[in-house]
Design a protein around this ligand. Structure first.
Ligand code: GH3
Ligand code: MG
Ligand code: MG
Ligand code: MG
Length: 311
């Protein structure tokens, strides 16, 4: 086995940190030893992470709510509340599932380390630790926590935005439209006779159809467009800098492609269609009203015989 080359490790870590995209990782340090906490904080800040220190463990939940960390560095032995007790309490809240809890302690007794991990928490780092090793450990955990957080924020069947998030995205685009004066379009889309599809071919086959439509939409739309699963078999797309007429052309093309796909359930083959309604944002209408208008256009598309796009 080749000995570990620390310089090489440090170089690769630097490259890693250079690649750190978007917002810096957030780390919350909970330790009753303020001096020690400040020391670790400095190391992590030098590695471009955002750090907050908490020497009073009872305030951990409110600090997590305001700071929203990816990683919690937790001391084991503290006067008011032990680290493992705190970790256990945090794990009662589903909203903090995406946060990695790492114990950072001088505790070298492996039985006590294990007891802490069995109670709650994800990793145990023993002090003293080199700066590089601390940064590497926190960085990898933070990266994983962020991926998990991104995945959890998405609809699990399709990977698209969830109901509340696509609505939020629409509100943001409406604001932008007001600023830029460029039109944006909202598209509401619903699969045709989908109850019948489920009843005839089974729910699993129905799920495949929903996934296939999500993939097709993702492929055909631009990066700046937002796409959400609004309900069971309903989708909403928000298209910035796109008039209703342009949106209709795009969705008519998608409609034709989708109708041509063939699905299988056992030895049966079947096809599915969708209907869509479009509404153009003029910079004055509230986003709720836009969705309502797109829904009305969808209703017309359904009423006129389905498998069509209406404005
Ligand atoms: P219409 O053409 O008027 O839209 O008829 P429809 O039968 O599609 O009516 P509606 O849009 O009300 O149907 C919703 C159906 O979609 C009800 C439910 O069985 C099915 N559905 C909703 N969510 C899911 C899902 O996640 N998976 C599957 N397989 N089916 C779903
Ligand atoms: Mg302590
Ligand atoms: Mg529906
Ligand atoms: Mg439907």
């Amino acid at each position: 086995v080749r000995p570990l080359d620390i310089t090489q490790l440090e170089n690769s870590l630097e490259r890693c940190l250079d690649r750190q995209q978007g917002e810096p990782f957030r780390v919350l340090i909970v330790d009753d030893d303020a001096e020690l906490a400040a020391r670790y904080s400095l190391v992590l800040r030098n590695a471009q992470m955002q750090v907050q220190i908490l020497t009073e463990p009872t305030r951990v939940l409110e600090t997590m709510r305001s700071f929203n960390p990816e990683v919690l560095l937790l001391d084991v032995n503290m006067p008011d509340c032990s680290g493992p007790e705190l970790a256990q309490m945090i794990r009662l809240h589903d909203e903090w599932l995406r946060v990695t809890i790492i114990y950072l302690s001088a505790e070298t007794d492996t039985h006590r380390q294990m007891a802490a991990l069995l109670k709650a928490g994800d990793d145990f780092i023993t002090k003293p630790i080199s700066d590089t090793a601390l940064v590497a450990a926190v960085y990898s955990h933070a990266q994983r926590a962020r991926s998990l957080s991104t995945a959890l924020a998405r609809d699990s069947l399709t990977g698209l935005l969830k109901h509340a998030d696509i609505k939020e995205q629409l509100a943001l685009e409406v604001q932008r439209t007001t600023r830029t004066g460029k039109p944006a379009s909202v598209v509401m889309l619903d699969l045709d006779h989908f109850k019948q599809i489920n009843d005839t071919y089974g729910h699993a086959a129905g799920d495949n159809v929903i996934r296939a439509l999500a993939n097709l939409l993702r492929q055909r739309l631009r990066r700046i467009d937002s796409l959400g699963r609004y309900g069971g078999e309903e989708f909403v797309a928000v298209l910035p800098e796109c008039s209703a007429l342009q949106a209709r052309r795009i969705f008519d093309e998608i409609r034709v492609r989708f109708a041509a796909l063939s699905f299988n359930a056992g030895d049966q083959e079947f096809r599915v269609t969708f209907s869509a309604g479009i509404c153009e944002a003029d910079g004055h209408s509230a986003s709720g009203l836009l969705l309502e208008h797109a829904d009305q256009a969808l209703y017309v598309a359904k009423h006129n015989g389905r498998n069509q796009v209406q404005i």
